[in-house]
Write a new protein. Structure first.
Length: 372
């Protein structure tokens, strides 16, 4: 008994004894029931079936409406199925995952369809003569002819533009990363960003006004190469700058600690380390200008014959050949042959860009620094 006047100790209820059955129920609720592995396929098949039924019922034209209807039905149906079986938490996870995969498909499927359609339409005209003959003397309704003149012109202009733009871009990136401080460096960065968004036709108008009108010249290949170089420089600067920033600062500091001058550190340490990235960025910049058309209309013109001299006379390029053949298709002297040649030139242009990207990957692996 407690003495009068003293507080009474509170009564403590002992914990309930451990129950193995209660723990088993809690573990089952934590694990939960999962949908079978075939559930996404079943939900997709059901969504496609319902979309096709709605297409037949309402008479939808084309497949775009049916495709998006099936996608929406799949997301809603699969999420509802997951909610009824797995619960709210896993249903939210399923919903987010489905949206991620759907976004990936929405980005990739149009690209694959474009490439497939270009391949089907353009591969029909591929032959040895198509790559070794030009369009001299070939009318719109006459078989034969090829893109040799346009292929040579494209390669020459891209090569000249690369020789001009890549050194400028890489040296500018080296300055911004290694030396750039203060107002001048910020101004260079600002103008590079501005030039990145400049439309290609503006670069063409600048060269046209300064060179062709200013000196009274006719269109020629080198003028187009200058416009392409202007478009190429900001891409080369930004991509090369990012590659140089990836080089660890510890490598630079180790070189400085050994007494190596800064210029030699850049030449012997920074550039070899970033070489694979610089090659990739350079090839991406080249791919950026390969398909440009607007500046070439003003500065290069078009010819049906091969012109090896970029400093005199009109030159043909692959984009201009596509434009020329499609223009004939839209005219009164059109034929299916012009359309086929246009698709063949477009497919060749796509394959050329693909080869550039694959070459960039291979060269990046070749120049990748090896671990000691």
């Amino acid at each position: 008994m407690s003495e009068p006047g003293l507080p009474t100790a509170p009564t403590v209820t002992p914990p309930a004894p451990f129950s193995g059955r209660r723990r088993a129920v809690s573990t089952s609720a934590l694990v939960g029931v999962r949908l079978p592995s075939w559930a996404p396929y079943a939900a997709g098949a059901g969504a496609i079936g319902v979309a096709l039924g709605l297409k037949a019922l309402f008479g939808w034209e084309g497949w775009g409406t049916s495709f998006w209807t099936a996608a929406v039905l799949f997301v809603i149906g699969f999420t509802a199925w997951s909610f009824s079986v797995e619960g709210r938490r896993r249903a939210k996870d399923r919903f987010a995952s489905t949206l991620i995969y759907a976004s990936f498909v929405a980005a990739v499927v149009p690209l694959l369809l474009i490439l497939f359609y270009i391949g089907v339409q353009g591969f029909s005209v591929f032959s040895w003569d198509f790559f070794t003959a030009d369009m001299a003397g070939v009318t719109s309704r006459q078989e034969g002819g090829g893109l040799y003149h346009a292929l040579i012109g494209t390669l020459e202009l891209v090569l000249i533009a690369s020789v001009i733009a890549l050194p400028i871009g890489i040296f500018t990136a080296i300055y911004l990363v290694e030396y750039g401080r203060g107002t001048f460096a910020r101004a260079v960065t600002f103008f590079v960003d501005v030039m990145t968004g400049v439309p290609s036709i503006v670069a063409g108008l600048f060269i046209y006004t300064f060179l062709l009108l200013g000196f009274g010249m006719r269109p020629f290949g080198f003028a187009g190469a200058l416009a392409l170089a202007i478009l190429m420089i900001p891409v080369a600067v930004r991509s090369s700058e990012e590659m140089l920033k990836l080089v660890p600062r510890e490598l630079r500091e180790s070189s400085y600690a050994l007494g190596v001058p800064k210029w030699r550190t850049i030449l012997k340490v920074v550039l070899p380390t970033a070489m694979s990235g610089l090659i990739t960025s350079s090839l991406l910049a080249i791919a950026r200008i390969t398909g440009e058309t607007a500046p070439l209309i003003l500065l290069v013109g078009y010819t049906t014959r091969v012109n090896y001299n970029p400093f005199s006379g009109d030159m043909a390029t692959l984009p201009m050949m596509v434009w020329d053949q499609i223009g004939k298709r839209a005219g009164t002297t059109s034929s299916d042959l012009t359309t086929a040649r246009a698709w063949g030139a477009a497919l060749t242009l796509v394959l050329l860009v693909l080869i550039l990207n694959i070459g960039a990957r291979l060269l990046a692996r070749l120049f990748r620094p090896k671990a000691q």
